[in-house]
Design a protein around this ligand. Structure first.
Ligand code: 2AM
Length: 568
């Protein structure tokens, strides 16, 4: 498949819009691709209303030109902005975000709308979308339609569609235009049959190392480092799951990890490219379900409940839909357009750059289960990683990756006590923390109390890094190792139950000794229940009211003394 229009680099979006005769630009702050996909859909929708749109990565354009948008008649800009981590913008929107904070440009005459992508299980729900909407208005921009707040915890796709359904009529009214009623027919791809082709020139999904023209620029999502896999082992002893520990060699990468990683953990990112999508499509039988909306939203119209149960709850991916609805027979070029780009995956780093400066370790659980329609669902990234065996026959297996900075880091002063809570693979960053504390101790620094709360199903099955943890405890690096085995007895024992048991000690560490709390793992249940346990401790031992307790931990968070690295 060949893209219809060749890519031309142009950093002025205004010039590009003028040259290509467009009047709507949809910028996306996207980390995992959803905001990017929404932006593409909005840009495409525009032609239904006789307008012409383009989606754009803010990192690739000079956003300080925003005030010039009014040079284009009947123009507007839309921002699809995802919020990440502790209310942060995505990497590709960081520069734009900084610009908004610092600028006093006059945006009078610039028409805009914002759709935010967030998740209610996180404290700073949609902070970036809210800020963008507020700031553009403060600078004098004209809000054409109200801010949309998508919640990924429930159904982000539905939130987006509902917003979009009201957004376009508002835009039409604003510009005094009417819908043409025609669906877009412009294709991004076209099917070309090549009869005579040199197979050596066919992309076979192997990434080749690019010659880097700048030694200073760090590796990033658009320019990943190809790291060699130097270790891959199963961590659990039994059970039918596969928990893995993988090691990558980053020698020669000059990765900033080595330069900046003082007391920091990092999040590692692995990813793929669009080109191998069909390969995965066949091999792994996977797909993001949201994209199917484009297909079947028209089919089922208002029957959202049916969509929820037949597609989402039954986890039917594109392949399953095509199998189960044989009358759906989309042309392959159209299908290609609907397939989302494979996205980068983030993992917490389980190693410390102090101890292993040239390697990075991660720990992850391989996703595999049977869906309601009796199909086997295999997580793409974890199954891909699982099969990355270390071979010594001279053929090196590599993985494209880069490292991004994370807020999740050890306290600046090694003497501060730390309380780490990480059940399951939530242990990963703490292995890095503990190794770093061991290193600090060896350097003669006075390390404060180092307390770990880990949880797993069975002592003899999935007690990850058991041997290492017990050795750290014996050596006095880990001053307390608490493990909750949830299924070794009749009733469940979870990390928060153990926290409650040690409430006096914990409250003293937090309230009087300046302890830092870290929570890593499942966001939806564990992180919330742990939070509640801390409220109860503050109420029971510290005699605070519930409101005071909530306030107390909110303050700890803003001071960076209660950090979470959680996922749902
Ligand atoms: P379970 O699967 O037996 O319910 C790592 O996944 C560990 O976290 C498992 O032992 C799991 O127990 C436990 N876990 C599940 N839900 C939890 C929750 N809400 N809070 C804390 N731990 C939880």
């Amino acid at each position: 498949f060949t893209p219809v229009t060749p890519q031309i680099r142009e950093t002025s979006f205004i010039e590009k819009m003028k040259k290509t005769n467009r009047n709507i630009v949809v910028f996306y702050g996207s980390q995992t691709g959803t905001a990017e996909e929404f932006a593409n859909r909005l840009a495409k929708d525009a032609q239904r209303y006789g307008m012409k749109g383009m989606a754009a990565d803010p990192e690739e354009y000079d956003l300080s030109e925003l005030s010039r948008l009014k040079e284009i008649p009947n123009s507007m800009t839309v921002f699809c902005m995802a919020t990440y981590g502790e209310g942060d913008p995505t990497d590709n929107a960081q520069e734009f975000y900084d610009w908004m904070q610092g600028t006093d440009d006059d945006l009078e005459g610039v028409n805009f709308a914002v759709f935010g992508l967030g998740n209610k299980t996180y404290e700073h729900f949609n902070a970036t979308g809210k800020y963008t909407d507020k700031r553009l208005a403060e600078l004098g921009g004209k809000r054409v339609f109200d801010l949309g707040l998508g919640d990924d915890d429930i159904n982000l796709e539905e939130d987006f569609i509902s917003w979009k359904e009201q957004f376009w009529p508002a835009v039409c009214e604003f510009f005094g235009v009417e819908a043409t009623g025609e669906d877009s027919s412009i294709r991004q791809f076209e099917l070309v049959v090549h009869n005579d082709i040199n197979m050596n020139q066919v992309y076979n999904s192997q990434l080749r190392e690019k010659t880097r023209n700048s030694e200073i620029k760090p590796f990033d999502s658009k320019n990943p480092f190809l790291a060699t896999v130097t270790g891959n082992r199963k961590l659990n002893k039994g059970g039918n799951r596969h928990l893995m520990h993988i090691e990558f060699d980053i020698t020669d990468s000059k990765i900033s990890f080595i330069l900046y990683c003082i007391n920091n953990t990092y999040t590692i990112l692995l990813f793929y490219y669009r080109n191998i999508i069909l390969y995965f499509y066949i091999k792994y039988n996977f797909f993001f379900f949201q994209n199917l909306n484009i297909f079947i939203h028209h089919l089922i119209g208002p029957l959202k409940a049916l969509y929820q149960s037949w597609v989402l709850d039954s986890e039917r991916n594109i392949l399953a839909i095509l199998e189960d609805l044989p009358s759906l027979n989309p042309p392959i070029d159209h299908l290609c357009e609907l397939l989302p780009r494979l996205q980068a995956r983030y993992y917490s780093i389980a190693s410390s750059s102090k101890v292993y400066p040239t390697s990075i370790h991660i720990c992850a659980v391989v996703i595999e289960y049977t869906t309601k329609t009796e199909r086997v669902f295999k997580g793409v990234a974890t199954n891909w990683l699982k099969n990355k065996e270390v071979t010594d026959n001279g053929h090196k297996l590599t993985i494209p990756m880069y490292v991004r900075r994370s807020q999740f880091r050890l306290p600046f002063k090694p003497s501060n006590p730390i309380i780490m809570i990480g059940p399951g693979t939530g242990i990963a960053p703490f292995m890095g923390f503990i190794r770093e504390r061991a290193w600090q101790k060896k350097q003669g620094k006075e390390a404060g109390e180092t307390i770990l709360y880990f949880g797993c199903r069975h002592k003899n099955e999935d007690f990850l890094y058991q041997q290492e943890l017990e050795e750290f405890e014996r050596a006095g690096v880990l001053t307390q190792l608490n493990v909750a085995f949830s299924r070794d007895q009749e009733h469940k024992i979870y990390v928060q139950h153990l926290l409650k048991k040690n409430k006096e000690q914990l409250w003293k560490l937090i309230h009087s000794n300046n302890a830092h709390i870290y929570v890593c793992g499942d966001a939806r249940n564990m992180a919330r229940d742990v939070h509640t346990a801390f409220y109860e401790i503050a109420e029971e031992v510290g005699s605070l009211t519930h409101t005071q307790a909530v306030d107390y931990f909110k303050k700890l968070m803003t001071k960076g003394r209660y950090s979470q690295d959680v996922w749902s």
